[in-house]
Design a binder for this molecule. Structure first.
Ligand SMILES: *[C@@H]1O[C@H](CO)[C@@H](O)[C@H](O)[C@H]1NC(C)=O
Ligand SMILES: *[C@@H]1O[C@H](CO)[C@@H](O)[C@H](O)[C@H]1NC(C)=O
Ligand SMILES: *[C@@H]1O[C@H](CO)[C@@H](O)[C@H](O)[C@H]1NC(C)=O
Ligand SMILES: *[C@@H]1O[C@H](CO)[C@@H](O)[C@H](O)[C@H]1NC(C)=O
Ligand SMILES: *[C@@H]1O[C@H](CO)[C@@H](O)[C@H](O)[C@H]1NC(C)=O
Ligand SMILES: *[C@@H]1O[C@H](CO)[C@@H](O)[C@H](O)[C@H]1NC(C)=O
Length: 272
């Protein structure tokens, strides 16, 4: 008897997990509010969990990092995700390696996620005056670079069992999509065939769980391969670049994202 009850409970739990698949979650995976040792190439990694749900939302991540000891030393980057192939992606990583973190210091990171969704009621009942629903959300964190601290290790950093919710944003994206009325201006429309998704106004809002993202060695290897392939295309080529121009680093499962450098005057630091 007990056994059957347990099975039922299990079945219920599985049911909840499946329902949760309408939830898109976007997390800052690395860095967190911790201390790391300075490194030549320091990653900043965002994860889209259940990434396929991002397909019609035109998401964009903008972030700025500041040197807390020199406010002039700051950079702003944008992850331009418009050309991302979201289909079939379970977890999608938007990441970039930076060469600014070679010395000890304290840094602040502030990031914003913006997205747009259909205004279901307006599109249906008064489309002429309808508009997209714009949303965005901003968070920030700090991190410290200190020579005595552990080395940057994405696998260890994401193996933790607890991590604060404020590193993530969960969006309940329904199955319903709509055609954006022709006269509504929406930059995302060019990439979605003018299709938007309806976001549920669910209360309470779903709770993000950034701890579900676990970066494994394979993912790190492909991120590093993508970094290396970028470096090998640059001016200061590392000595161990492959001669073969058709190297496969670009075809790896984890796609690196091209970022736009928004900070003026930072070109000297930019890895080409
Ligand atoms: C960051 O960590 C420090 C020390 O663990 C803590 O005092 C501080 O409140 C944390 N800040 C945030 C934003 O989590
Ligand atoms: C920051 O920039 C301002 C204006 O350009 C300058 O006056 C100031 O000295 C700079 N501060 C540092 C710490 O470099
Ligand atoms: C959403 O943002 C777009 C572009 O910034 C703007 O044209 C539109 O009016 C905004 N919609 C609302 C409802 O604020
Ligand atoms: C998104 O924007 C709508 C309309 O401005 C607002 O009602 C809603 O609370 C926002 N949702 C989130 C998650 O910020
Ligand atoms: C774009 O949407 C229109 C209208 O919904 C549809 O007729 C057309 O087939 C779609 N095109 C693509 C490439 O999906
Ligand atoms: C997402 O929204 C749908 C439709 O409003 C609702 O049935 C479902 O319970 C929501 N899911 C979560 C996890 O809030």
């Amino acid at each position: 008897m007990r056994f059957y009850q347990t099975s039922w409970l299990l079945a219920l739990c599985i049911g909840t997990i499946i329902n949760a698949s309408d939830i898109l979650e976007v997390d800052l995976v690395f860095p967190r509010n911790e201390t790391y040792s300075p490194t030549e190439w320091f990653p900043i990694v965002f994860a889209f969990q259940n990434a396929e749900r991002a397909r019609y939302l035109n998401p964009e991540i903008t972030y700025t990092f500041w040197d807390l000891d020199n406010a002039n030393n700051s950079r702003t980057r944008i992850h331009d995700l418009r050309w991302t192939n979201w289909i079939g992606q379970d977890t999608f990583y938007a990441y970039h390696y930076y060469g600014y973190f070679k010395e000890e210091g304290r840094w602040r990171v502030r990031w914003s996620l913006s997205w747009q969704s259909c205004d279901e009621d307006a599109f249906e009942s008064h489309p002429l005056s309808a508009d997209m629903i714009n949303n965005s959300s901003t968070w920030s964190t700090w991190f410290t670079l200190q020579s005595s601290a552990p080395k940057v290790d994405l696998v260890a950093a994401t193996a933790k069992k607890t991590c604060p919710e404020e590193y993530g944003m969960a969006i309940n994206v329904t199955d319903k999509t709509m055609e954006v009325p022709m006269w509504v201006t929406w930059s995302g429309g060019d990439y979605t065939n003018d299709t938007c998704a309806v976001v549920a106004s669910s209360t309470p809002t779903p709770t993000p769980d950034p701890c579900r993202v676990h970066i494994d060695k394979t993912i790190v290897a492909s991120m590093e391969a993508s970094l290396k392939s970028d470096l090998c295309k640059g001016i200061d080529r590392p000595s161990d670049c492959p001669e073969d121009k058709n190297n496969a680093a670009h075809q790896l499962a984890v796609a690196g994202i091209s970022c736009l450098l928004a900070a003026v005057g930072a070109l000297g630091f930019f890895l080409v």
